[in-house]
Design a protein around this ligand. Structure first.
Ligand SMILES: Cc1cc2nc3c(=O)[nH]c(=O)nc-3n(C[C@H](O)[C@H](O)[C@H](O)COP(=O)(O)OP(=O)(O)OC[C@H]3O[C@@H](n4cnc5c(N)ncnc54)[C@H](O)[C@@H]3O)c2cc1C
Length: 247
């Protein structure tokens, strides 16, 4: 299949002034949890397209994406204005290697995200493979403000469904929040707070780590993990770190 397909916005959920989720009906090919599609709109005389990770599990419809409006960003400032019934175009086929298919076997899986980098992990956490392959799963979500901790109901439901095997670890950098760590992900990795809260240690022998979102977090977390003996997964080399940078 080539070209673009027409999608229709079914719902737009505005979580905060900048964060929103789009639910879209579109005929697209099957995808793997963790992959992304592209959304495009005709803006000021040209097509503008950007990649967005699927939030919905592969077998669930409508398609769902979790976005942030970037100041001055051409596409996000238009996407946030969409209403149910509006059209947006997508690629027929998903892309990306940020899936469990590319993560080697291990006892524990850590999913570490900032901001809308949470998106692909929601899809992964809703896939069966995640729970068939890993004994313990930890989801770290770093944000600036407590109001940016969205999809809480989904995460609490997952925690109930997988009681004893899953912990959700929110971390808020700019304010103190009950039930969340304070600071940056990298700080909490260095001083051991993240692992204490997780009730689990990150170790090359037992842990696979997926990192998604802000490239600075991805780079710095990777450096810290590498100093502890974990290595980047590469084609033909089974390491422990798999990454997706959003910009
Ligand atoms: C594989 C992949 C998957 C992605 N999935 C998502 C997703 O699920 N949700 C999502 O919101 N974005 C996602 N992005 C980023 C997205 O593709 C766009 O870059 C972003 O929406 C901005 O588009 P724009 O046209 O408004 O601004 P642009 O002009 O494209 O971007 C302007 C600047 O905004 C900053 N920026 C870009 N994305 C973000 C972000 N997510 N959070 C904070 N700052 C950002 C960067 O500094 C960038 O240079 C993904 C990117 C990649 C590469």
């Amino acid at each position: 299949m080539t070209g673009w397909v027409q999608g229709e916005v079914r719902e737009i959920r505005r979580w905060t002034e900048r964060l929103f989720s789009l639910r879209i009906d579109a005929e697209v090919e099957p995808f793997r949890a963790g992959q992304y599609n592209r959304l495009r709109l005709w803006i000021d005389g040209e097509w503008v397209a950007r990649p967005y990770s699927y939030v919905n599990a592969p077998d669930v419809r409508p398609l769902e994406f979790y976005l942030v409006t970037v100041p001055g960003g051409p596409l996000t400032n238009r996407l946030v204005q969409l209403n149910p019934g509006d059209c947006v175009e997508l690629m027929p086929r998903a892309s990306g290697l940020f899936t469990l298919d590319h993560v080697p076997e291990a006892r524990d899986l850590w999913l570490v995200s900032t901001g809308t980098g949470l998106g692909p992990f929601l899809s992964i956490l809703r896939s069966q493979a995640c729970w068939q392959r890993f004994e313990q799963v930890r989801l770290v979500h770093g944000v600036r403000h407590a109001t940016d901790l969205n999809y809480r109901d989904t995460l609490l439901e997952l925690a109930r469904e997988h009681a004893g095997r899953f912990r959700y670890l929110p971390i808020v950098s700019r304010e103190e929040t009950p039930d969340a760590l304070q600071g940056r992900i990298t700080e909490a990795l260095v001083d051991g707070r993240l692992e204490r809260a997780a009730g689990r240690e990150i170790a090359a022998e037992s842990t696979q780590v997926m990192l998604c979102g802000n490239p600075e977090m991805v780079r710095d977390s990777q450096a810290l993990l590498r100093a502890r003996g974990l290595e980047r997964c590469r084609r033909g080399h089974a390491g422990q770190i798999t990454v997706e940078n959003y910009w």
